[in-house]
Design a protein around this ligand. Structure first.
Ligand SMILES: C[S@@+](CC[C@H](N)C(=O)[O-])C[C@H]1O[C@@H](n2cnc3c(N)ncnc32)[C@H](O)[C@@H]1O
Length: 219
């Protein structure tokens, strides 16, 4: 099959990032604060180009109810919150008070704090406690890779027809192809990708943005 996706060297990647909507002041501060407080873990945050894509997709899906699994310091949640419809709300799942303290602060500054309901605890418990009705317009999955299939199963049944489900890190740093090194996260991502591919409730595509983003639409 002919390959049309450009190979991005750092110069081309920089060009691509520069030619999309740029992070605003609060988003730039959030990035800086995350790097200051968690220098070893800051790379868990989605990239700015993924952030602008999330905002666009949230707007396109006319999102009134969004769900995020894996909030960290709040960058991706802020991107979703910025795209919500009037009266829209975002439910965020995370286990860490330490990470999400940064999120609270910056959501407040961005004027979106009142739109976000942060639930601390196991995401599976939070999701399974939601009513089993198709109320989700957009979901973003970015927490424990070994639980991706479980998050997916809780979310798909609650997503309205036409609603979007986005899943991060589906290329696992490129390790979804090639030898199996026995890494639990990589195995889990490989298994998740097969699971989603064979799920007839959705149509989907995998975007080579960041570490790979699956974009699924509930039939
Ligand atoms: C990759 S980070 C999320 C990054 C975030 N989406 C962003 O762009 O800034 C993963 C997050 O998932 C959270 N997490 C891990 N396991 C979890 C679980 N079982 N339930 C809820 N959150 C979990 C971690 O605390 C961490 O903040």
């Amino acid at each position: 099959m002919a390959r049309k996706t450009a190979q991005l060297d750092s110069e081309l990647h920089e060009y691509l990032v520069e030619h999309g909507t740029q992070p605003d002041e609060v988003q730039r501060e959030l990035i800086a604060e995350t790097e200051r407080q968690f220098p070893d873990r800051a790379r868990m945050r989605i990239s700015p180009e993924q952030g602008s894509l999330l905002t666009l997709l949230t707007k396109i899906a006319r999102t009134r109810f969004a769900v995020e699994v894996g909030t960290f310091t709040g960058y991706s949640a802020l991107a979703v919150a910025r795209g919500l419809d009037e009266h829209g709300r975002l439910l965020c799942c995370d286990t860490s008070t330490e990470y999400t303290a940064i999120a609270h602060d910056h959501w407040e500054r961005a004027g979106v704090r009142h739109l976000i309901d942060l639930r601390l605890g196991s995401a599976i418990e939070t999701l399974s406690a939601l009513p089993e009705q198709p109320s989700i317009d957009l979901a973003f999955i970015d927490a424990d890779k070994t639980e991706y299939v479980d998050y997916w199963e809780e979310i798909v049944v609650r997503t309205r027809p036409g609603g979007l489900i986005l899943v991060d890190n589906v290329l696992a740093g490129g390790h979804v192809v090639g030898p199996d090194y026995g890494d639990a996260d990589i195995r889990a991502i490989r298994a998740f990708n097969e699971h989603a591919l064979h799920d007839e409730r959705v149509e989907l595509t995998m975007l080579p943005v960041g570490d790979g983003l699956t974009l699924a639409r509930r039939r």
